[in-house]
Design a protein around this ligand. Structure first.
Ligand code: NAI
Length: 477
């Protein structure tokens, strides 16, 4: 059996590496139009940072795992084709700011149709709007020259989380495969299930109809993001009342109906998926006339925007309502720890908010390059997933400096904002950093990872998200 995967990104790369590792008799080729990305996959500096990924790639690469730009050859030869291309939010036209842009997906489908001389199983790995399989089926059928070629489309959404992708792939809570309820559809489901059965217990391989599988992915992301927005909403109330959001989260998390995972209040959720998929869910709801349902889910995104704005206002308010020309050290730019991914990271909105008020941001992140940070801060909303930005906001960059050391970032700064929960921030020598900062020295912990009592002892004015406010902050606000 030969497998090809179109799209060598955060999903295609790790997913196919795991398939190759667990199925040594299957040849797996990951193809992409991005030459630089493929070159990096064939080197020891992979294009994405994910703990444990390099080891797996090194074990399989050249054996039964290959990365190539020769899309036509490998897609033409494959029995199963995973499509794992980007599905960003539309930036213009009908549905702009909400609907999924399926240009890349359709491009992949047209490619498959044009090179197929034998029947194929086409697997939707990308997150797509419900009913995409129907549209893709039409594109495939109408563009393939050979009438004897049959395409069976499956929905196999990916539930991995960046930062823990390899563990999630090795031991997933479940794998979901949706197929059409025809005989050939069910046969295709069984074929794909047999690949996963190499390492995943049968009871964790769930099957469903196509539309349920497509919708399940959007729903899963909506529910996960909703939990974060829910606890973030409560964090605002905690600050207003003297309650402590971590105590509240612990108390509710012990209820088995609620559960204790994913209840950390923060400066906001980020990542390429949550916002995009909820907006897409809203768009789908609106399209079928479910205005109230769309409005309900849209609040999850609004609350996330509010949380980022609230953080910026807290920083500016605490610092005597002006950050003009003040140096602010930004700790962490990735949307979460253990990844270098900055797509929709809250750090973008927080930095832009501070810079708009005249602050000078000095940014440190252990995995994000200066080039990426400059790109992100000069790109308008929703443009990050496209190679050439049509418009850019270069004025944002005048007050941005990127450094390769957390201690240097704080040198002479008025404040430190912790925006990503990197473990290394917990063990910094804050006492000696305090000496070199402008007084009063502030720390705004947007992730609640630092030892706040110790920081206060050193002399810092500390803002901990969702926790009782320092008297200094209450008066100054
Ligand atoms: P990505 O942007 O990292 O990777 C997509 C790749 O597809 C890019 O390298 C691009 O060059 C390539 N591509 C686009 N059109 C192509 C074509 N016609 N032929 C060949 N290559 C093409 O995106 P990522 O993060 O891997 O996401 C892919 C999909 O998976 C999205 O729909 C996303 O919503 C979904 N997803 C992402 C997760 C994540 O944690 N990043 C988790 C679960 C699902």
């Amino acid at each position: 059996m030969k497998i090809a995967c179109i799209g060598a990104g955060y999903v295609g790369g790790p997913t196919m590496a795991m398939v190759a590792l667990k199925c040594p008799e299957i040849e797996v080729v990951v193809v992409d139009i991005n030459e630089e990305r493929i070159k990096a996959w064939n080197s020891d500096k992979l294009p994405i940072y994910e703990p444990g990924l390099l080891e797996v790639v090194k074990e399989c690469r050249g054996r039964n795992l290959f990365f190539s730009t020769d899309t036509k050859k490998h897609v033409g030869e494959a029995d199963i084709i995973f499509v794992s291309v980007n599905t960003p939010t539309k930036t213009h036209g009908i549905g702009a700011g909400k609907a999924a842009d399926l240009t890349y997906w359709e491009g992949a489908a047209r490619l498959i149709a044009s090179v197929s001389t034998s029947s194929k199983i086409v697997v939707e790995k990308s997150t797509v709007p419900v009913k995409t399989a129907e549209a893709i089926g039409k594109v495939l059928k109408r563009n393939c020259q050979d009438p004897n070629v049959n395409f069976e489309i499956l929905s196999n959404p990916e539930f991995l989380a960046e930062g823990t992708a390899m563990e999630d792939l090795r031991c997933p809570d479940r794998v979901l495969i949706g197929g059409s309820e025809t005989e050939s559809g069910q046969k295709a489901v069984e074929t794909l299930a047999s690949v996963y059965a190499h390492w995943i217990p049968k009871e964790r391989i769930l099957t469903a109809n196509l539309w349920s599988a497509e919708l399940a992915k959007l729903t899963a992301n909506a529910f996960l993001a909703q939990r974060i927005s829910s606890i973030n909403a409560i964090s605002a109330l905690c600050e207003a009342t003297g309650a402590d959001v971590q105590q509240v989260a612990h108390a509710i998390g012990t209820d088995s109906r609620i559960g204790n995972k994913f209840l950390n209040a923060s400066v906001g959720f980020g990542g390429s998926c949550f916002q995009k998929d909820i907006l897409n869910l809203c768009y789908v709801c609106e399209s079928v006339g479910l205005k109230e349902v769309a409005e309900y889910w849209f609040q999850v995104v609004s609350m996330n925007d509010y949380q980022k704005q609230r953080f910026v206002e807290r920083v500016i308010g605490a610092m005597f309502n002006t950050v003009s020309q003040k140096k602010i050290a930004i700790y962490g730019f990735a949307f979460k720890k253990d990844t270098g991914d900055t797509r929709e990271t809250p750090a973008i909105d927080v930095c832009k908010g501070l810079i708009r008020d005249g602050a000078r941001c000095c940014i440190f992140d252990p995995e994000v390059t200066a080039e990426q940070i400059f790109r992100d801060l000069s790109a308008p909303k929703f443009e990050w997933d496209r190679p050439n930005y049509s418009r850019s906001q270069t004025h944002m960059l005048e007050n941005v400096q990127v450094v390769s050391d957390a201690v240097a970032a704080a040198d002479g700064a008025h404040a430190i904002c912790v925006l990503t929960e990197w473990d290394q921030f917990k063990t910094l020598d804050f006492k000696s950093m305090y000496e070199k900062m402008t007084k009063p020295a502030f720390i705004f912990d947007g992730r609640n990872i630092l030892d706040h009592a110790k920081l206060r002892e050193i002399g810092f004015i500390v803002y901990a998200l969702g926790k009782p406010l320092d008297p200094f902050l209450v008066k100054g606000y």
